[in-house]
Ligand binder design. Sequence first.
Ligand SMILES: NC(=O)c1ccc[n+]([C@@H]2O[C@H](COP(=O)([O-])OP(=O)(O)OC[C@H]3O[C@@H](n4cnc5c(N)ncnc54)[C@H](OP(=O)(O)O)[C@@H]3O)[C@@H](O)[C@H]2O)c1
Length: 405
Amino acid sequence: MMVVRFVCLARLSERWIPWMRRALQLAALADGHTSPNPLVGAVVLDAAGTLAGEGFHARAGDPHAEVGALAQAGERAKGGTLVVTLEPCCHHGRTPPCTEAVIQAGIRRVVVALTDPDSRVAGGGLQRLRDAGLEVIPGVLEAAAAHQNRAFVHRVKTGRPWGLLKWAMSLDGRTALPNGASQWISGAAARAWVHRLRAHCDAVIVGGGTVRADDPLLTSRGLRTPEPLRVVLSRSLDLPAAARLWTTAEAPTLLAHGPAVEATDGESAPLLEAFGAAGVIATALPRCEPLALLEHLASRGCNRVLWECGPALAAAALQQDCVQELAVVIAPKLLGGLAARTPLGELGFTAMDQVIPLQGLTLQRLERDVVVQSLVPPLSAAGVRAHRDPGRPDRRDPPVHRCND
Ligand SMILES: NC(=O)c1ccc[n+]([C@@H]2O[C@H](COP(=O)([O-])OP(=O)(O)OC[C@H]3O[C@@H](n4cnc5c(N)ncnc54)[C@H](OP(=O)(O)O)[C@@H]3O)[C@@H](O)[C@H]2O)c1
């Protein structure tokens, strides 16, 4: 009996897969623009199963995907089916609950990929639809929808944005010559790809070391409006007075530092004042650490951040589970030199069973360069728990940021 039921359910879901693929495509159109909200796409079919409306959530504050698709369908939504990548919301946020719009439009059946992890929804939207007499088919292409919305889901569950760490290196694993020269390791196509990567992120983070060494610009070169927030994390505030990051007309910059600088160092006050006058947002964190920075960025509505820092901060970010994904550009060049820089600072491993095993590897060619991308498991799952600094904050209940509506 159980097997028959499973086969029936699978057949029931299969019918909706092409439409859910289309809804996922629609959702992807706004990738990088919806934070703190999720990506959502929706399709409305009329009672005969013909396409009647399409919609996607374009940015926070704009109508939700379901509402756009229902508006396009108009009267044809009556007795029809809504196919949507994320559970419709059932709470009042910046917009009214989508469940009510779906019910009022006369929809008979709702097909959903992913349950909304937001505690204000978390299955409540599906229940509201069932209670109103609608047929609900959940879990269609759920894994694909979870992957598409991995940044949003991670931020809701942990209280921190999804971290993507990127570096460019030579085939012999160097990121700069022994004298620090590093521009350019990768070719023009890979650099343009990085601009596109930034356009899908809410913030781009470097440490003080990269500002001093490279004077980076860190914009998407106009591919994203507004540009991602450029973030500098510095303990010392020993930063150049003139740097391209301090010009904020093109893109905003946030300078994050620890509490001690303001409290003890009189020299930093005029510097912070000058940065403030230039429009740089100075922020004192409770601790000058990647984790504290991410908690702050989550409170500013960031779902996904790009770590474009050097080895010191990259290692610290990995050690605090602030990196969930990796993108490495490998250029067919040999730099050599024992003193040349490598992408990662000390991680404290002493045995091979402690190292971080990467998952879900993908490769792509960009002219002469190769980009390797992978997922990074939490260090607690990678057998390196013993190497955490016990004084450092570890996994805790996520701070609640009520900003996704
Ligand atoms: N090839 C690439 O993809 C790539 C990308 C970026 C950088 N780089 C290279 O990396 C080199 C710079 O390396 P880096 O390691 O100095 O750069 P970094 O990691 O960007 O900066 C390190 C700095 O981050 C700040 N920081 C604040 N809190 C920290 C914490 N908890 N842990 C660690 N750092 C913290 C400190 O700044 P303060 O000293 O100001 O306090 C620290 O000196 C340059 O040669 C640059 O060209 C290469």
